[in-house]
Design a protein around this ligand. Structure first.
Ligand code: CMC
Length: 430
């Protein structure tokens, strides 16, 4: 991290020199770490709109250009030429694997996909109609009660095992949460299937008959996983880092990430988006919903639109749109009414001055739900699929943070606007 310039802050007639850090790519960063000890002031930035919370070498986003890179590789190349487990390796270890490294990694992940048998009873404690995300938050948190031998965050080997366990078991847990919610028996993982095909099998197979996974659907699933694998310091990743900064165990940290992801402003947007498209229903109702999204007095937002960082097309949405066309054609539903509504909505919104001025473009969640629904997933499974895909990103960021010798507990300060000091009033005098 090059430190080439300084910025000068003048406050109450005194000047302070702030180092300016230059990243590999992206805007310069003012280093304010010593500001409070030197000048006695805090900075104020709710929502972290101008704050870099850490340094990282994993993912880079250029929001103005609409670019996303993992370890320097553009997402469109990874989505078209690589596959999810290779991208997992890249995120975790920093480089693309050799053939032998990839084979070893895939074998390790494949051989960790089963969960402790006693965890099956744990699932049965949930209400039958639980949202699969509710089940996942609980079950992933509970992994710390089942895998004691990989909770010591100071032991690099235990960290490695926990990483592999989480990546391997998350599809099993998501599929079990789904099976439980529809009253079907759990389907065990199969080692002869690849990561994506195994997930589809665990979701849709039943013990009564053979289920063959369509390789084209498995490829589409794998691409959805790849497109969601990491996205630098988003809300859920920052949650994982903050939880981990206290030394909490990895399973607890990832459960915290899942909880944060669930909200409709973040990973819950894919479910909310598909529900919105269904509510719109037909192309002629689009203007009514566009008008609502623009109305300041209406809390309605166009789900799947807008992003804190992208002020251009989300590159993941571009790939997702192509994938939607391919998958729907394969399934013989290319005239899917939801896809027609989505395409028309995108066209109308992108030519509307409100969306142009505010730089609101479709994001990754805009088209993913259409593909997932066409594949047979209910809307309640959309965010769990996001969670299982993002697990590698959370884990890679968690691992990076724990390896940072400068790591400190995350402890933001505040701008206190409450009452000043006052004396306690006894209850009969109030
Ligand atoms: N529909 C209508 N208006 C919008 C939308 C939208 N989807 N998104 C932002 N705006 C308006 C917003 O009202 C505000 O207007 P004004 O400046 O007049 O007050 C302006 O655009 C800026 O919005 P913001 O809420 O201040 O921006 P933010 O960076 O805090 O929020 C966001 C980003 C993603 C939460 C927001 O765009 C949103 O709520 N989008 C819909 C939910 C969604 O699709 N989320 C998925 C994000 S991508 C995947 C992920 O992160 O998990």
């Amino acid at each position: 991290m090059a430190e080439t310039k300084t910025a000068t802050l003048t406050l109450d007639g005194k000047t302070y020199e702030l180092p300016v850090l230059s990243p590999t790519s992206g805007p310069d960063v003012l280093d304010i770490r010593k500001l409070y000890s030197q000048a006695g002031v805090f900075t104020y930035d709710p929502g972290f709109t101008s704050t870099a919370s850490c340094d990282s070498t994993i993912t880079y986003i250029d929001g103005d250009k609409g670019e996303l890179q993992h370890r320097g590789y553009p997402i469109d190349q990874l989505a078209s030429q690589s596959h999810y487990l290779e991208v997992c390796y890249l995120l975790l270890y920093g480089e693309l694997p050799t053939k032998a490294e990839l084979e070893k990694f895939e074998t390790t992940i494949t051989r960790h996909t089963m969960i402790h048998e006693q965890m099956h009873y744990f699932f049965r404690g949930f209400r039958r109609d639980s949202h699969p995300m509710a089940t996942m938050v609980g079950v992933v948190g509970a992994m710390s009660a089942f895998y004691h031998d990989s909770t010591d965050v100071n032991d690099p080997r235990q960290r490695e095992i926990a990483s592999h366990r989480l990546i391997a078991k998350m599809p099993t847990i998501a599929a079990m949460a789904y099976k439980y919610s529809i009253g079907q028996p759990f389907v065990y993982p199969r080692n002869d299937l690849d990561y994506a095909a195994n997930f589809i099998h665990m979701c849709f197979a039943v013990p009564a008959e053979e289920y063959k996974v369509d390789p084209i659907l498995a490829r589409a699933m794998d691409r959805i996983f790849t497109l969601h694998a990491d996205h630098e310091q988003n809300a859920s990743t920052s949650t994982v880092r903050l939880a981990s900064s206290s030394g909490a165990n990895p399973f607890a940290c990832i459960a915290a990430g899942i909880a944060c992801l669930w909200g409709p402003a973040h990973g819950g947007a894919n479910q909310a988006c598909l529900e919105m498209l269904k509510e719109i229903g037909t192309v002629d109702r689009i203007p009514e919903f566009i008008a609502r999204a623009k109305d300041k007095n209406d809390p309605f937002r166009l789900m799947g639109f807008g992003h804190r960082v992208y002020k251009n097309m989300d590159p993941r949405a571009t790939v997702m749109k192509e994938s939607a066309d391919e998958v729907l054609e394969l399934l013989g539903v290319e005239n899917n009414p939801l896809l027609q509504v989505a395409k028309e909505l995108e066209k109308i919104a992108l030519s509307d001055p409100y969306f142009i001025e505010k730089k609101l473009f479709p994001n990754v969640d805009f088209y993913s739900g259409i593909i997932l629904e066409a594949m047979g997933f209910p809307t309640s499974m959309f965010t769990p699929i996001f969670a299982l895909s993002r697990t590698v990103g959370w884990i890679s960021q968690w691992k990076e943070q724990l390896g940072d010798p400068q790591m400190k507990i995350g402890r933001p300060r505040q701008l206190y606007l409450g009452e000043g000091l006052r004396d306690y009033t006894p209850i009969d005098e109030r």
